[in-house]
Design a protein around this ligand. Structure first.
Ligand SMILES: CCCCCCCCCCCCCC(=O)SCCNC(=O)CCNC(=O)[C@H](O)C(C)(C)COP(=O)(O)OP(=O)(O)OC[C@H]1O[C@@H](n2cnc3c(N)ncnc32)[C@H](O)[C@@H]1OP(=O)(O)O
Ligand SMILES: NC(=O)c1ccc[n+]([C@@H]2O[C@H](COP(=O)([O-])OP(=O)(O)OC[C@H]3O[C@@H](n4cnc5c(N)ncnc54)[C@H](OP(=O)(O)O)[C@@H]3O)[C@@H](O)[C@H]2O)c1
Length: 298
């Protein structure tokens, strides 16, 4: 038989559950950025397993639409939406107050919200840098801090999943702000797993590879189109990109009772794309050129 490359098999279809039904019944799960893209896919898998959900991000209208969708997932518990800019620690505390009053202190926090746009490093204004680092790293810290303090005060266990990116290890040409912030997010996982483990708080990272979805920002979509026009599957060792529900399965596993001894770990779900380095890698194309920018200062 011919040994043709076929890539990694497709996952089971959306709607299948990776854990026993009701794994999260009676548990409250808070997902930042749970109204769009991968955050919504992650929230969907928690809903399918019976969780009560809180989704939080800035745009109330889009959150409300997602809230309705999530409430309709078979097996879902109650679903609440909270408009929140995670850069604002007071608003973050209010969201936890409201969640506690309505559903109970979240047992699981998924720090999924992040900000990103491609740019040559030398073009970034101080404010552009701050916007990305403040949302991705500092916002993640504000959410984590609030969650940790409340569990420490109550003497209850909890589980945190931080969504990362593989350029936390490799660096991210064209994404200097986001790569630096994601490296900080990964470092928080490693620090807090040790610091809060004695109090029963588990924290892991979860890194998506390339997971295209309908909510991708125009900037990211445009960068992707320029860098990888057409056949994206062929550019992955798996010969396919990720399906958002696959990431949801990984998140529900990491925060579940079946992964209680896994902490301080970052799981990469990318079909080994980030390992694809070689001394004869493809020709170097400067970031300015990849982004269709003219000479700096020109
Ligand atoms: C090399 C390329 C390869 C491509 C391959 C793709 C691979 C894909 C990999 C997949 C990885 C996927 C990973 C993911 O998907 S991560 C998730 C991506 N999703 C988001 O980022 C959603 C949220 N994003 C936002 O709200 C906004 O984009 C930002 C982050 C801006 C925050 O909004 P906020 O309302 O807080 O801020 P602001 O509007 O007041 O702006 C603040 C400052 O920022 C400057 N600013 C804003 N935009 C740009 C810009 N485009 N170029 C240069 N600068 C820009 C702006 O001028 C201002 O600076 P100044 O004027 O005051 O100085
Ligand atoms: N898609 C991929 O291929 C990929 C690859 C690697 C890593 N990731 C990571 O996966 C996660 C989700 O990304 P995505 O692709 O699903 O992108 P997305 O749809 O653009 O999601 C970003 C979410 O974060 C929320 N958000 C942004 N700024 C916020 C703020 N200040 N306060 C509260 N919420 C905020 C956004 O909602 P509002 O705008 O309403 O606030 C949005 O729901 C991110 O951590 C990203 O870095 C994605």
């Amino acid at each position: 038989m011919e040994n043709l490359p076929r890539g990694l098999p497709a996952p089971p279809p959306p709607g299948a559950a990776a854990l026993p039904p009701g794994t999260y019944a009676g548990q409250v799960v808070l997902v930042t950025g749970g109204g769009t893209g991968l955050g919504k896919a992650i929230a969907t898998e928690f809903a399918r397993l019976g969780a009560d959900l809180v989704i939080a991000s800035r745009r109330a209208e889009q959150l409300e639409a997602a809230r309705r969708e999530l409430a309709a997932v078979p097996g879902a518990g109650r679903v609440a939406a909270a408009a929140c800019d995670i850069r604002d620690p007071e608003r973050v505390a209010e969201v936890f107050d409201a969640a506690e009053a309505a559903l109970g202190l979240p047992d699981v926090l998924v720090n999924n919200a992040a900000a990103n746009f491609p740019s040559p490093a030398e073009d970034l204004s101080p404010n552009a840098w701050r916007a990305v680092v403040d949302i991705t790293l500092t916002g993640t810290w504000f959410m984590t801090r609030e969650f940790g303090r409340r569990h420490l005060a109550a003497g209850t266990p909890g589980s945190i999943v931080n969504i990362g990116a593989s350029y936390a290890w490799t660096g991210g040409p064209g994404f200097s702000h986001s790569a630096a912030a994601k490296a900080g997010v990964k470092s928080l996982v490693e620090t807090l797993a040790v610091e809060w483990g004695p109090y029963g708080i588990q924290i892991n990272g979860l890194v998506p590879g390339l997971f295209p979805h309908a909510d991708m920002t125009e900037d990211i979509r445009g960068g992707l189109e320029r860098a990888a026009p057409g056949a994206r599957d062929a550019r992955q060792p798996a010969l396919r990109v990720g399906a958002p529900h696959e990431l949801g399965w990984a998140a529900t596993f990491l925060a579940s009772p079946y992964a209680r001894f896994v902490t301080g770990h970052t799981l990469v779900v990318d079909g080994a794309n980030w390992q694809r380095r070689s001394v004869v890698a493809p020709e170097v194309v400067p970031v300015r050129e990849q982004l269709g920018r003219g000479p700096f200062g020109g």
